[in-house]
Design a protein around this ligand. Structure first.
Ligand code: COA
Length: 252
């Protein structure tokens, strides 16, 4: 997506930068790992295909993508600092993962070229099929369990919706998209307890189980009852359309 190609989000533990060609070799090396591909429902790609994918993500207006850099070892950048992607301090930070939002559906603002709408939180309309699918990966095991994914999602979701307070984040930054928070959703392999817990911690709840794909669907909700909190307590719904193929990297 062009909208974030010059955007850098600086947190306490992570820095989010736009996905650029220089990130591709590392990203490609991560995706050689079969377990990572299974957890992220990803297809193996050649290096050439990975470069093509990076270009596509940068240009497509329905894909918001950031690379996660860890700043745990460096105190040089202050949280909230405004810096360009070319800032020399950023080049020193290790790349540890990625975080993405993929937009599906026909919500009006997509047709309007991401114009800010007054009613960006008005999504009670059952006819509105707009969804913002969230994905995250902290690829390097050594960087896991340090709160990096949690903060990366706080930054991404605050930026994407313009409502960081909904994700326990007191920082404020401009949001060119202002996605409705209730359109946020994610699909996770049902055995992926770390990821399910991560999204629960951010206010997502399990709203559907999909046995045929062994996955759960979670949505950001502030008002769903506890009955949706456990996959076992859910009514099983089976996806009926090819729109709901579980793998985001197969969707292109
Ligand atoms: C899931 C994943 C993104 C978590 O990244 P992380 O940086 O280790 O997560 P954080 O340290 O920010 O943890 C935040 C919360 O997530 C949950 N969590 C993370 N790892 C967990 C684990 N191994 N077991 C249980 N809960 C876990 C916890 O609720 C944690 O909060 P806590 O520290 O207060 O308990 C990471 O393990 C990963 O990328 N795995 C492989 C790819 C993947 O599964 N991606 C998701 C596909 S949808």
């Amino acid at each position: 997506m062009r909208v974030n190609e010059e955007t850098v989000l600086v947190g306490e533990k992570v820095v989010l930068v736009p996905y650029r060609p220089e990130h591709v070799p590392k990203y490609h090396s991560w995706m050689q790992d079969e377990e990572l591909r299974r957890l992220t429902a990803s297809e193996p790609l050649s290096l050439k295909e990975e470069y093509e994918m990076q270009q596509k993500w940068q240009l497509d207006e329905d894909k918001l993508t950031f690379i996660i850099l860890s700043k745990l070892e460096s105190a040089d950048l202050s949280a909230g600092e405004l810096v360009p992607p070319s800032d020399s301090r950023i080049a020193l930070l290790p790349m540890v993962g990625d975080v993405n939002v993929f937009l599906h559906g026909t919500r009006q603002f997509l047709k309007e070229g991401h114009q800010v709408k007054e009613d960006h939180d008005m999504v009670n309309d059952e006819q509105d099929d707009f969804e913002a699918e969230v994905e995250i990966m902290v690829a390097e095991p050594a960087h896991r369990r340090h709160g990096l994914a949690y903060e990366a999602l706080q930054l991404m979701l605050g930026y994407a919706t313009g409502t960081p307070e909904l994700f326990n984040d007191e920082r404020h930054y401009s949001s060119p998209l202002r996605l409705p928070s209730r359109s946020l959703m994610t699909k996770i392999t049902e055995s992926n307890v770390p990821s399910i817990n991560l999204f629960k911690k951010l206010g997502f709840k399990i709203t559907k189980t999909v046995p045929v794909f062994e996955e759960v669907e979670m949505r950001w909700r502030d008002d769903l009852s506890q009955q949706y909190d456990s996959p076992d307590a859910n009514t099983n719904h089976i996806y009926e359309s090819c729109l709901l193929i579980p793998c985001w990297r197969q969707k292109h």
